[in-house]
Design a protein around this ligand. Structure first.
Ligand code: PLP
Length: 389
């Protein structure tokens, strides 16, 4: 089979798998225990913390290990609301549901929340954000001044990469905090927490070859981040619960591979993308690429095929051995069009055309060529059915 759904989850790197197997068979202590076995487990956890810090250009004490980016995003946003006397949030229209849904819920609880719109290519206009701050600062303004802005580093559905350093500078000019979900950026484009001036960041490791169910919050020094759970002192009280030692070992393995091969991965991904695009262009079918192709993840392509419903094509591709995604969420059995593509201004029917292909450094080029050929055959066949009515 040809797996082109790395943005949902990536196959595990051999370095991650080997480290996990070693930990599963040899490290059975609880990292909170003071005895030898406990201390061996503690070493695994602290090594993982240092690996995360090095991978994203932060200090080890800034890193809180969590159960993934959904948890990290929830915790950062909810903590801000508790911590701040008059919280007010801005989040982009293309955030992952683990940001969008928390913001919606907080909005219903009367926390002022606004959505930063995107244009038809999914781009964010910094002038919009500046205007929002300036308007709120006016003497007779009824608007709450934003206290936190939440923007992703890279979008999971259309692949846009956002100018995080410029956004950080603007947010700080007005004394607010910037929270960045860097889940899809890590392992695909360089991520530097301190150089970009980010205050809080959410990470997950299964998108880049680490294990599922482990992530992190990175918090700038001096920023408090309180637990959402109670009942344990782990992670200095910021994430109670016995640490997932095998997953921590796996994430260290994955990040070791990133440190050694990251640059080559970026280059390989750009080449593979060109190969896939060329193979797609050779098919006699009509399609358009969605997103901001100038500021883009090298592993993601969001493609809309003329006259074809994305779900029909995905099902047909699955039967032909190709796994891709529409980025749509399955809600109560009905397939919703992607909120990201809708936010870009497409009508519902048009939004449903989006198909996301995402691949990784180990995806063979021949697989990409073969997948493009199968897409060509299936789109032609489905167009025929559509024309018959
Ligand atoms: N944020 C983004 C941008 C994602 O793509 C995902 C994964 O679907 C998440 C957050 C959630 O991460 P996790 O699976 O670790 O909860």
């Amino acid at each position: 089979r040809i797996y082109l759904d790395w943005n949902a989850t990536a196959p595990m790197l051999p370095e991650a798998r080997d480290a996990m197997i070693e930990a599963l068979s040899g490290v059975h202590g609880n990292a909170s225990s003071v005895h030898h076995e406990g201390q061996v487990a503690r070493t695994v956890i602290e090594r993982a913390r240092r690996a995360v810090a090095t991978a994203v250009g932060a200090k080890a004490q800034s890193v809180v290990l969590t159960g993934g980016a959904t948890e990290s995003n929830n915790q950062v946003l909810r903590h801000h609301i508790v911590e701040h006397a008059r919280p007010s949030l801005v989040s982009s229209a293309v955030e992952h549901p683990s940001v969008m849904e928390v913001v919606r819920e907080l909005g219903q609880k009367e926390v002022p929340c606004v959505v930063w719109p995107v244009d038809s290519r999914g781009r964010l206009d910094l002038a919009w954000l500046r205007a929002r701050f300036v308007e709120a600062a006016a003497e007779d303004s009824q608007l709450a001044s934003p206290t936190m802005v939440s923007v992703m580093w890279a979008n999971n559905e259309v692949g846009n990469v956002y100018p995080i350093d410029e956004i950080a500078a603007l947010v700080h000019e007005f004394g607010a905090l910037l929270h960045v979900d860097a889940t899809q950026a890590l392992g695909r484009v360089p991520v530097d927490f301190e150089a970009a001036g980010v205050d809080l960041m959410a990470l997950s490791f299964h998108k880049m070859g680490g294990p599922k169910g482990i992530g992190a919050i990175v918090a700038r020094e001096g920023l408090k981040i309180e637990a959402t759970l109670a009942g344990g002192h782990q992670e200095r009280g910021r994430r109670p619960g016995t640490e997932n030692v095998p997953a921590a070992a796996g994430l260290s393995g994955a990040l070791k591979a990133l440190a050694e091969q990251g640059e080559a991965w970026g280059e390989a991904l750009r080449k593979k993308r060109a190969v896939f695009l060329e193979a797609l262009a050779e098919q006699s079918i009509e399609y358009e690429l969605r997103g901001d192709l100038e500021n883009h993840l090298p592993n993601t392509l969001n493609v809309a095929f003329k006259g074809i419903d994305g779900e029909d094509l995905l099902l047909a591709l699955d039967l032909e051995g190709v796994s891709a995604s529409s980025g749509s969420a399955c809600t109560a059995g009905s397939l919703e069009p992607s909120h990201v593509v809708l936010a870009m201004g497409f009508e519902e029917r048009d939004a449903r055309r989006s198909v996301r292909f995402s691949f990784g450094p180990s995806t063979p080029e021949e697989d990409l060529v073969e997948a493009a050929k199968r897409v060509g055959v299936l789109v032609t066949r489905l167009s025929g059915y559509a024309a018959q009515g």
